[in-house]
Design a protein around this ligand. Structure first.
Ligand code: SAM
Length: 213
């Protein structure tokens, strides 16, 4: 994603009600904080949040938390929320590397990874959001029975991810190399990047997986 420094974005995020602050204090207390027993689904690397906002509209019975590393990107999601406020969505500006500082064991029911940055150089493999280093973090925060859904049009990243899941001994529930021409497309909610890549004719790969429970 091309990043542009958006002037004042840090200040805007700090003042916005949808962006959660000092989130490490919520670790182990998310259920108390929401106080309604609804499951928590997170998207890591949510960009401008289009996908998560659509899901939040469709599923008021779920709490959605979008995680984005860059203020300049997150601020766009916050602006969209002003136009269409939703009670069941929040955002955190953070590097997902630190996700285990924010969620306690078993606090998250589902993780979405959509069109994650590919980090094509081998020496950067551990930065990929589907690397074994990240899988270990997800295993810590996922509830028993929790799952991860990953979509990308980037075939090398997808092949890498399939291997990492296999090597970790995790369970693959679904693996398709052409989501939009498969039976699994029903109910699919497109992300911003997905719309761009589908328009270009790129096949979209999808992997659904979870640790062994
Ligand atoms: N998921 C969106 C979509 O499909 O339209 C955006 C995809 S964009 C290519 C990847 C996003 O992930 C970027 O906004 C980037 O800043 C964010 N990102 C990458 N690494 C991250 C990390 N370690 N923690 C949080 N966000 C990250």
């Amino acid at each position: 994603m091309r990043l542009r420094n958006v002037k004042g974005s840090r200040e805007e995020i700090a003042a916005n009600e949808y962006s959660l602050k000092e989130v490490e204090k919520n670790k182990g207390h998310w259920a108390e904080l929401f106080a309604d027993g609804k499951p928590i689904h997170i998207e890591i690397g949510m960009g401008k949040g289009k996908f998560l906002m659509k899901l939040a509209e469709l599923h008021p019975e779920i709490h959605y938390i979008g995680i984005e590393k860059y203020s300049s990107v997150l601020v766009r999601a916050l602006e969209k929320m002003e136009e269409n406020p939703l009670p069941n969505i929040h955002f955190i500006r953070m590097d997902a590397e630190n996700i285990v500082d924010v969620f306690e064991k078993g606090e998250v029911d589902k993780i979405y990874l959509n069109f994650s940055d590919p980090w094509p150089k081998d020496r950067h493999a551990k930065r990929r959001l589907t690397s074994k280093q990240f899988l270990a973090r997800y295993e810590t925060i996922l509830k028993k029975g929790g799952i991860i859904e990953f979509k990308t049009d980037n075939r090398p990243l997808f092949d890498f991810s399939v291997e990492e899941v296999k090597e970790a001994g995790w369970v693959t529930e679904l693996c398709t190399y052409d989501l939009h021409n498969s039976e699994y497309v029903e109910g699919n909610v497109m992300t911003e990047y997905e719309e761009k890549f589908v328009a270009k004719g790129n096949p979209i790969c999808k992997l659904v997986f979870h640790p062994v429970y």
